[in-house]
Design a binder for this molecule. Sequence first.
Ligand SMILES: Cc1cc2nc3c(=O)[nH]c(=O)nc-3n(C[C@H](O)[C@H](O)[C@H](O)COP(=O)(O)OP(=O)(O)OC[C@H]3O[C@@H](n4cnc5c(N)ncnc54)[C@H](O)[C@@H]3O)c2cc1C
Length: 397
Amino acid sequence: MRHRIVIVGGGSAGISVAARLRRAGEEDIAVIEPDGFHYYQPLWTLVGGGYAALERTRRTEASVMPKGVRWVQDAAVELDPEAHVVATASGARIGYDVLVLCPGLELAWELVPGLAEAMATPQAASNYTAELAPKTFELVRRFRGGEAIFAAPGSPIKCPGAPQKAAYLACDRWQRSGTLASAKVTFSSGAGGIFGVPEFAAVLEGVVERYGIETRFGRELVEIDPDVRQATFESIGPEGKVRETLHYDLLHATPPQRAPGFVRESMLSSQTPFGWVPVDRHRLVHARYPDVFALGDACDAPTSKTGAAIRRQAPVVVANLLAFLAGRDPSARYDGYAACPFTTARGKMLLAEFDYSLSPHPTIPFIDTTRERYDMWLLKRYGLPAFYWNVMLRGFG
Ligand SMILES: Cc1cc2nc3c(=O)[nH]c(=O)nc-3n(C[C@H](O)[C@H](O)[C@H](O)COP(=O)(O)OP(=O)(O)OC[C@H]3O[C@@H](n4cnc5c(N)ncnc54)[C@H](O)[C@@H]3O)c2cc1C
């Protein structure tokens, strides 16, 4: 089996690229994707907040696969860039002229002892999976006061704003019901601060203050004891590592994340513990193999791992891939654009758009997106999902 273009992963990135390539007239494209469903993950925040149903985030993979693209419903298990071959779980070996690597990332629950076990208890949930996002809302709805912890790792994760969005939507609900007064809410993160772009960080600090959330930065979640509901965090102090244990009645946890195992174990990995695919951050071509491109959560482009970033990466990958096939130098450039829609309350959203320079990069004319807005909430709830399914996945936008 051989194809001119092989795409590994039929998620946000894979389908966007495949659709654009079809529009550009490419006829021999295969997408390797094992899952029968495709998810619009950004809406999981609103599922956890109680403002969207899980079914709204899911469509069949067949329905999003562009016409004329061969869907190989199988998992890639081995990448051999020297032989230009991808091996799959069912034993197929698929050759390529160009490879697009975008299998997303892996949630590494097992890196925090007790975390996976905690998720099976009635006190813990996470918006990071389709199964657990509805549980977040159940916990928030049932919470009658006590200690609530929202924890996030400091290492790269998809949508780095999502852990705090979960806290804001919960606090907003508790404020409306009167529960917030009897709650101690902690946002604990391995990162050094609330957000990397100062203009938006200032607004978010105001939101944190409004809800009375205690923030604890530079604290990495390292262990959970679900039986006694204790979460242990580690920080680096002047005298070395310091551990502290907090009790919780409600825990929303974001697991550490890394490239999928078959990527980490391949020659296409960066050989770092997280194993992201190393790319030229502007041209998105692999650091060592000119016939391999990578985008989305799996690549090491130093920006926020978001669907918004993929919207800008996909046209660059397609232009550079076509240039490569035509024997030209890949010259299209990605500027690091990413966006994080911070849902700060029901009916309020702060749209943080930025690029590699970590300065605001607004794309919506005439309105001030550096403050919380109702129209941006409507964009998040209705506009962006419609844009995703009807425009981005169809190779426009
Ligand atoms: C709670 C949450 C909130 C978010 N909020 C936002 C937001 O507000 N805005 C925003 O822009 N982004 C947001 N994101 C991030 C966004 O969803 C991701 O960045 C985006 O989906 C990444 O696209 P991708 O194609 O790289 O990976 P994915 O969309 O995850 O797709 C990867 C695909 O690869 C497949 N795959 C895995 N292993 C293999 C294999 N071995 N072989 C072949 N295929 C494989 C998977 O089945 C999957 O279909 C959020 C994410 C979460 C979890």
